[in-house]
Design a binder for this molecule. Structure first.
Ligand code: NAD
Length: 362
């Protein structure tokens, strides 16, 4: 296995790896190759002021090494803000593995990844992300203990993520309406996958009416059958006339094109990077929509890892997931006080925490 801290492949593209790291504040980026297993991984460590960097492993058939690097840098920075805002003692990191999932020897590849993670000596703790699952982490675990998201004993974090999104919805509705009673209110769920399904159950239990959609018909039908959701076509979910829209499918769903079509007063969901551009936070506000920023609303999954990584009890973990309600309210209050969009207020809350860690005596 060979490793380098700056990729020749990424060099030559302006402004270059180091320029991009400096611009976004990354501490280190590791490029690791293991030809025997076909492993080509990038591990980006953004910020470790609050603790070891933590973030999942994304496996994707990237169209270029440049695209993989861009994703790793962006996702690692996102993890810094997510953990900081959630009050977790973790920094931000992420790995991407460039591979075609249909053509890999998963045990060999994930063991190579485990060796790459081990090499960092605990500065980075990995877990699951798009393209990887708990079974892959079992292979990683054979090489390093710096891994979470294993099948046992804690398993899938999605129910915790859904619980956090539910708390974010309650917090946003409370801010807007003065009461967090969801009885009689309608919530649209875009994507009835791991998170969307559990969110639907929590919303049903809160007395909310559910409108749902999924491109995989059986996932939507299950939510209709079990929780009485009204189903609409994927092309109609964003413009459904509802109180709350919960994006739980994919990122960049809120844009200059889609925002004018929304007919909700709150957006709070699980998807990462919901805003296509930073300016879309202000656009939502102009349209009178209260936005619970994505990395605050969907932090339940990262908090859930507190059990596995920090030895937290289930009670402590759930209490921290539930605090997302308060963080959402704090975000709305700061946005109002400073006259900034909630997306910016969320970043300030995270940055304050990072700065206070930096100022602490060692
Ligand atoms: P998932 O893949 O299980 O579910 C996503 C669902 O969205 C799928 O059922 C898919 O068919 C559906 N979908 C795709 N395109 C759609 C469209 N155009 N309209 C309607 N539905 C569509 O993923 P998940 O684990 O439930 O995560 C959902 C989102 O939340 C993702 O963006 C993920 O990155 C993010 N997230 C998840 C977690 C977690 O704990 N699982 C934590 C934080 C963030």
């Amino acid at each position: 296995m060979t490793a380098a801290t700056a990729s020749p492949a990424a060099a030559g593209s302006a402004p270059g790896v180091f320029g991009r790291m400096a611009a976004q504040g990354h501490e280190d980026v590791h490029f690791v190759s293991d030809p025997a297993s076909g492993y080509r991984g990038i591990i980006a460590i953004h910020d470790t002021r609050l603790g070891p960097s933590l973030g999942g492993t994304r496996l994707w058939a990237y169209e270029s090494e440049e695209a993989a690097l861009t994703d790793a840098l962006r996702l690692a920075a996102g993890m810094t803000y997510k953990s900081a805002a959630a009050g977790m003692p973790f920094g931000g990191g992420k790995s991407v593995v460039i591979a075609d999932a249909s053509r890999i020897d998963r045990p060999a590849l994930f063991r190579a990844h485990g060796r790459a993670v081990e090499h960092l000596g605990g500065r980075y703790i990995t877990s699951v992300d798009i393209g990887t699952g708990p079974d892959d982490m079992v292979h990683v675990r054979r090489e390093t203990r710096h891994v979470a998201g294993l099948p046992e004993p804690f398993g899938d974090p999605s129910p915790a993520t859904a619980r956090g999104v539910h708390r974010a919805i309650l917090g946003a509705v409370k801010h807007l309406r003065g009461s967090d009673d969801l009885a009689g209110r309608t919530v649209a769920i875009q994507g009835c996958g791991h998170v969307g399904y559990h969110l639907a159950r929590l919303l049903r239990d809160s007395g909310a009416r559910i409108v749902a959609s999924d491109t995989v018909a059986e996932r939507a039908q299950r939510v209709a059958r079990e929780f009485g959701a009204q189903l609409v076509a994927p092309t109609e979910i964003l413009s459904a006339a509802v109180d709350v829209l919960a994006p739980c499918a994919f990122g960049a769903v809120l844009s200059a094109t889609t925002i004018p079509q929304l007919r909700c007063s709150v957006v709070a969901g699980a998807a990462n990077n919901q805003l296509q551009r930073d300016s879309d936070g202000a656009l939502l506000e102009q349209h009178g929509i209260a936005y619970a920023p994505d990395f605050i609303a969907n932090a339940g999954g990262v908090v859930y890892l507190g059990q596995e990584v920090l030895g937290w009890s289930a009670d402590r973990t759930l209490a921290n997931v539930d605090r997302i309600y308060d963080t959402v309210q704090e975000t709305f209050a700061l946005a109002a006080e400073q006259r900034i969009p909630t997306s910016q207020a969320a970043l300030r809350i995270a940055e304050r925490r990072l700065e206070s860690a930096g100022a602490a005596p060692s």
